[in-house]
Write a protein that binds this ligand. Structure first.
Ligand SMILES: Cc1ncc(COP(=O)(O)O)c(C=O)c1O
Length: 396
């Protein structure tokens, strides 16, 4: 097959439609516009051990997955992308590829709870990797925590669920000075609104379950990097040791979903801005966390390092945990569910849902109060969404 056309100079919208899915018009090609779903687990070889088509076994290489890998790499301005069976698989494979017993990790204290569980209950517990959590909204706190054993800085921006940011370029500088790796979970921003590798990260991860797929019908993850040696290491661990690949049907779903990523992200953001503004003016709401609001403490950083503020808003109501819970249950358009990044609006009460397993004292210390609510805003009509929230808040 000829090399695919170079897409790196195209606009994001063009890359989202075409990268990885050029029709095969070679003699014998089918001309499919849409990548076929290659379900075969193994591939017939014309030459034993060295097939001319290059495919041997689906864990080691699959044409549908390669199409998606190329799409994700191109959208992320990255040389390499690998797609995984979940965001957690992408995170775990990355960490297990770069860390050794005795290493030290500096992590943002606001990272996704699942990543924290992996760090605390697995890396620290079974691999003797020490993880130190710092308030990375202050880059100096990250620099101060770096020790001779530090191998990795693990950041997320914006964070889940409190929408805190870290200065990726400043922390990239710290990583370079100390010769350690910087990884950034870019799930909330997506490559449309933020490209951590261009800001100085060595590796970036996504849960494709969220915006990249965007339609609530696939669990997946991705890792992107420009570092050839790092890509080889992660790919080796993925293909030969851990094997958590994204299955072909899910690759097709993410290829399809990602075509509309720019359209959806613009609408998610427009709706989230209106919802955040509405909430910030409501008497029953005591705090709104959304980087697009000028009152967000890191609004300036968000405007500098992101091309948009994203679609997730979290807020606190003037009430008890039971009232916050009753409020989310009272809504019609916002569905009570964990996860985010899909076309439909969801709502959750972290204290009784996504953070319910965290001991109360630890949860409160991390800022997840009893009255905190997280609302990933979908692409429905903003008027309808605000009317739903208005109704719910009136009945508080
Ligand atoms: C920021 C972030 N990273 C990673 C993950 C894990 O992704 P997955 O659920 O696809 O394993 C999530 C899931 O909510 C997330 O919000």
């Amino acid at each position: 097959m000829d090399d695919p056309p170079e897409r790196s100079n195209d606009a994001f919208e063009t890359k989202a439609i075409h990268a990885g899915e050029e029709p095969d018009l070679d003699p014998g090609g089918t001309g499919d516009l849409v990548s076929p779903i290659h379900l075969s687990s193994t591939f017939a070889m014309d030459e034993a051990g060295d097939p001319s088509h290059g495919y041997k076994y689906s864990r080691l290489g699959n044409p549908t997955r390669e199409a998606l890998d190329e799409r994700v790499a191109t959208l992320s301005d990255a040389n390499h992308a690998m797609t995984f069976a979940s965001g957690m698989a992408a995170i775990a494979t990355t960490c297990l590829s770069v860390l050794e017993s005795g290493d030290h990790v500096v992590a943002f204290d606001g990272i996704y709870g699942g990543t924290k569980v992996f760090f605390d209950d697995y890396l620290a517990e079974h691999f003797d990797v020490a993880v130190e959590y710092v308030d990375a909204t202050d880059a100096d706190a990250v620099a101060d925590a770096v020790a001779p054993e530090t191998a990795l800085l693990w950041m997320e921006s914006p964070t889940n669920p409190l929408l805190k940011l870290c200065d990726i370029a400043a922390i990239g500088g710290i990583a370079d000075r100390h010769d350690v790796l910087l990884a950034v979970d870019n799930t909330f921003a997506t490559p449309y609104f933020q490209r951590p590798l261009s800001l100085g990260a060595d590796v970036s991860v996504y849960s494709t379950t969220k915006y990249l797929n965007g339609h609530t019908d696939s669990i997946g993850g991705a890792v992107v990097t420009n570092d050839d040696a790092l890509a080889d290491r992660i790919r080796f661990v993925q293909e030969y040791a851990l094997g958590a690949m994204l299955p072909p049907f899910d690759c097709y779903l993410v290829l399809r979903g990602s075509k509309t990523l720019p359209l959806r992200m613009r609408q998610h953001e427009a709706n989230a801005k209106r919802v955040a503004r509405f909430l910030s003016e409501h008497d029953a709401v005591t705090a709104v966390h959304y980087p697009g609001l000028e009152t967000h403490p890191q609004h300036g950083l968000a405007a500098r390092q992101m091309d948009g503020f994203g679609g997730v808003v979290s807020f606190e109501i003037d009430g008890t945990g039971a009232e916050a819970r009753a409020f989310v249950e009272s809504l019609d358009l916002f569905t009570v569910a964990v996860s985010l990044g899909s076309v439909e609006s969801l709502i959750e009460h972290p204290a009784s849902m996504s953070a319910s397993y965290v001991p109360e004292e630890e949860r409160l210390a991390s800022g997840i109060t009893d009255s905190l609510i997280r609302a990933p805003v979908g692409v429905e009509s903003a008027d309808d969404l605000i009317a739903d929230l208005e109704r719910g808040l009136r009945h508080l």
